[in-house]
Every structure is written in C-alpha cells, then in structure tokens.
Write a protein that binds this ligand. Structure first.
Ligand code: GLN
Length: 485
C-alpha cells in the first residue's frame, strides 16, 4: 500500500511516529501526479519546487520539535480560486491566466503557518460558475470513477484529486453546492461550513454572500481536522463570525443516539434518479438503526430556490467581476487603439458561461428590473431561511440527497444551461440560508458511480454535523474507497 492511499490523519500519524518524512510523502504525491494526473486533469498547476521546499522545512520543524501541528508536513491541494502568494491563481479563467497573487488567502496562510505543503492548484469551472468543470478555460477534469463523466463542479479538480489519491485532501469553495456536489460525484467527503465560519479573504469572489471555503477529504475525520486548521474569526473578512472554534475532532465519535433527523419531503421528488433515491433512503435508515429518530419535515419554499439562487448569485457575480477590465485587474489585451477597444477585447477573455451570468446579473440589477428580480430573490431567500429555522425547531439535523442523479456524461448538459442549473436543486438552498452541510459517500449506482448523502445542520453546529457523518461513515462501509487506477 502506497502512502498515497492513506488519509491525511494517517499521514500525520506516520510523520509524527517518524515512519516517513514529509519530503518522502510529498515526492510520492508528485510522482503519482506526474503519472496519473494527465488522464484526470485535476490540477491546473503543480508546484514541485515550492512543495519540496515546504516539505524540507516541515521535516526540520519536526526534527527540532518546534511549532509542530497535526498538519505539519502533510501535503494539500488548493482550488485555483484560493490565493497563494507567488503561485498562479487563475480561477480557470483566461482573464487571470498569469495572475500570481502577492498575498496569501487567510486559509492558505493558516495552512502554511501550520506547516502544510501545497502540492498545487486544482481545476474548477471558470470563476467557480458551473457544476461540472466543463466551464474551465483550460479543459475539464475527468471523473476518476469513469473518465467519460464529469467530476462535478465547480470544485471538480479538488474532488477528483482526492478520489484519485493525487492529494490526501484539498480545499474547495461552495457558493451553491460546489464542494458537496463534486464530493458526491467523486465519492469523497465535502463540507460546506456555515457562512462566516471560514474566512473568505483571498478567495476570489463569485457570490460574496454565498461563498464559503471548506474541506474535501477521503473521510470525515480528515474533514474535521482540516476545518480545525482553516476555521476562525478573521478581521480581514468582515463577514467572518467572531465565534469560538471548537476542536471538531473532539467528541466526533459521540454517535447519533437520540438525534432527531428531518427528511424534507421536497427533496425526494418525482423525477429524481431511483437509484439515488433508494441509496439515500437506505442511508437514512442506517442512521435510524444507529439510534437517530427520523421525522418527515417540509421545507416548503424549496421549489423557488434555484430561481432565487441564480438571480442572487449572478447579480453578485456581475458586480464582483466588473473589476476585470484590464486596468487594475485582469489580463489586459495589448495593442488596442483606444480604451473602449481595450475594455471590449479584455472582457472577451471571459468564457461563455461567465459572460452569460454577467449579463443575467446585470439585467437583474438594472434600474427597471431590480425590484422584480434582485429584490424578489432576496425576499425568497428570507423565506428559505425561515423554512430551515422552522425545521430546526423540531429536528437537530436534516438528511437529503446531494444531487438528483449520479455524475452525468461530459457534454451531456453543456448545450442546455438550464438543465445544468437544475442539477443544483438540492444544494443551493443551504447557501441561501447560510447553514452548514456535508456530503458523505453512501453507495454506488449500478454502473458504479458514487452517490452522496447530504446532512445539514443549523448555523455553527458543524461539530454535530460531523458527529452524525462520522457515525454513518463508520458503519456504512463506503469509507476511504478510491477508484483503482
Ligand atoms: N453550480 C452552482 C453554480 O454554477 C454552484 C457553484 C458554486 O458553488 N461555486 O453557480
């Protein structure tokens, strides 16, 4: 068994026991990336030199026993919309093709301070807009379970990297499902923390009121450990909450006995894939066997979520992306005759989906339509938040599917943006409400594609969420499975 088959926590323990050095672990991943990643394209950029330097520093730190943490010397991959000083951060966009940020995102700084080793930056849908990585400006990522299929998105590179053992773990970002959906499609664990739990400073903005960075890992304990490193108040992000950060590993094995779990009837709708429905039902039955109480609940405004999300998210995106005009931000087109030509040619670097969203969002915010669209979406958002608040009066957690179908084929939804948007039907509500959610592997379709169980908690109850996810994972039999390649 290669070190690349281990979880991050196992690698941490091996490093602590002196069984392996960080340089050896890092080199093992770099070698595996060099042979396997050309067939997956999980990474946009690999950073062998800086990774090995960080690994050597981590080994010295361990040798000196100086400031050693659980992640010192453990490699990680970062989604390429998370800034890392000196490393290319492109957001999979031609617009930022050569951007090397002069600063670290807070999560990156926290990882570096803890001694983690950055292997590289993973692929995504351009500016995190999409559900398949097919919107990447640099070609899609392939699902390691079936390379004719999408890995999900937008954090498809991070999901595929963890599934294919090209990194022990990775960070993703989730605006409307971009951690949970690729985690489900790649058979890994993906945690979207509560809005405000993890700093967004240095995360390139898509929908600022929805975006949240979170772990994508091979098992639930790794997700808890990584959340321990990245969570916490940050004065550089005014929306980061000043709440205490518990140790998310502590009490993770507390079980679900007596926990009240709600099954929203709107999430088990006609038209969803029967295998997904059966598999998620079976997972919820397993939680019941472990001692949880299962209740049917209603989140009545669910059917408006996709519409409200795609208005709010695109409105925020149109504003956030206005900065890429080739003046202060963005790759300026050279040799233009005048400023209009320069703006026009520079903005043409965006891909079709990004342009579509800028137009949709600009329309929703324009003077005559603001009330009809943007303001309305905010009102719906409040109703969706209230649905969750009401539900959490009678249950501790909510259980649901992550996606209506297993991973679809490359190209299957690219000509029909609406069908692509509809794939987000079970994930966007959570971002509109701001709560935390996790996707845990819960089985396979008959053609051997992973299926995810989604668990949702009230704000800042990630410890409870991880406890339930861990209890399920421990008995379900799908922990740590990776496609053989
Ligand atoms: N698929 C959704 C979208 O395209 C969510 C993306 C995300 O969470 N970044 O907007």
């Amino acid at each position: 068994m290669s070190v690349c088959d281990k979880s991050a926590l196992e690698i941490s323990e091996m490093l602590a026991a002196g069984q392996i050095s960080s340089v050896e672990v890092t080199q093992a991943y770099l070698d595996r990336i060099a042979t396997v990643d050309p067939g997956i394209h999980a990474y946009l950029h690999i950073c062998p030199e800086t990774a090995l330097t960080q690994a050597r520093q981590a080994d010295e730190r361990r040798a000196q026993g100086d400031g050693v943490t659980a992640v010192t010397g453990v490699p990680i991959a970062l989604k390429d919309n998370i800034c890392a000083r000196g490393l290319r951060t492109t957001c999979a966009s031609r617009m930022l093709e050569n951007f090397r940020p002069p600063y670290d995102a807070t999560v990156t700084a926290r990882l570096r301070n803890a001694g983690a080793v950055i292997l590289g930056k993973t692929n995504l849908d351009e500016f995190a807009m999409g559900s398949s990585t097919e919107n990447s400006g640099f070609g899609p990522t392939l699902n390691p379970w079936d390379t004719e299929r999408i890995p999900g998105g937008s954090s498809g590179g991070s999901g595929a990297a963890v599934a294919a053992a090209l990194a022990p773990w990775a960070l993703g970002s989730d605006t409307g499902g971009s951690i949970r959906q690729p985690a489900a499609h790649c058979g890994v664990v993906g945690l979207k923390p509560t809005y405000g739990r993890v700093s967004r400073y240095g995360l390139v903005a898509y929908g600022s009121s929805l975006d949240q960075i979170g772990p994508m890992t091979i098992d639930v304990k790794d997700a808890a450990l990584l959340l321990n490193v990245i969570a916490g108040h940050d004065p550089m992000d005014s929306t980061s909450h000043d709440v205490p950060t518990p140790d998310f590993l502590e009490g993770i094995d507390g079980g679900v006995a007596g926990m009240r779990i709600g099954m929203p009837k709107e999430y088990f709708t006609e038209g969803m894939d029967p295998e997904v429905e059966q598999t998620v039902h079976a997972a919820i039955a397993a939680l019941k066997n472990l001692g949880a109480e299962v209740h049917e609940i209603s989140l009545p405004h669910t059917r408006y979520a996709i519409a409200a999300y795609y208005v709010s998210a695109t409105a925020e995106a149109s504003s956030n992306l206005a900065r890429y005009d080739g003046v202060q931000y963005g790759e300026r087109e050279p040799d233009c005759k005048n400023i209009i030509e320069m703006y026009t040619k520079t903005r043409a670097r965006f891909g079709d989906e990004v342009k579509r969203r800028i137009m949709l969002g600009t329309y929703a915010l324009s003077a005559g339509f603001y009330d009809a669209y943007y303001l309305k979406s905010l009102k719906v958002r409040t109703l969706i938040q209230k649905d969750f608040l009401n539900a959490f009066e009678s249950v501790d957690l909510i259980a649901a599917p992550v996606t209506p179908t297993p991973a679809f084929r490359l190209g299957e939804n690219t000509d029909d943006p609406l069908s692509m948007y509809l794939a987000d039907v079970f994930t966007v509500s959570l971002n509109l409400a701001g709560y935390a959610g996790v996707s845990v592997p819960c089985g396979f379709s008959s053609n051997h594609l992973p299926i995810g169980l989604q668990l949702i908690s009230p704000a800042f109850e990630e410890a409870r969420l991880l406890r339930a996810a861990y209890a399920y994972e421990a008995t379900a039999g799908f922990k740590g499975l990776r496609p053989v390649r």
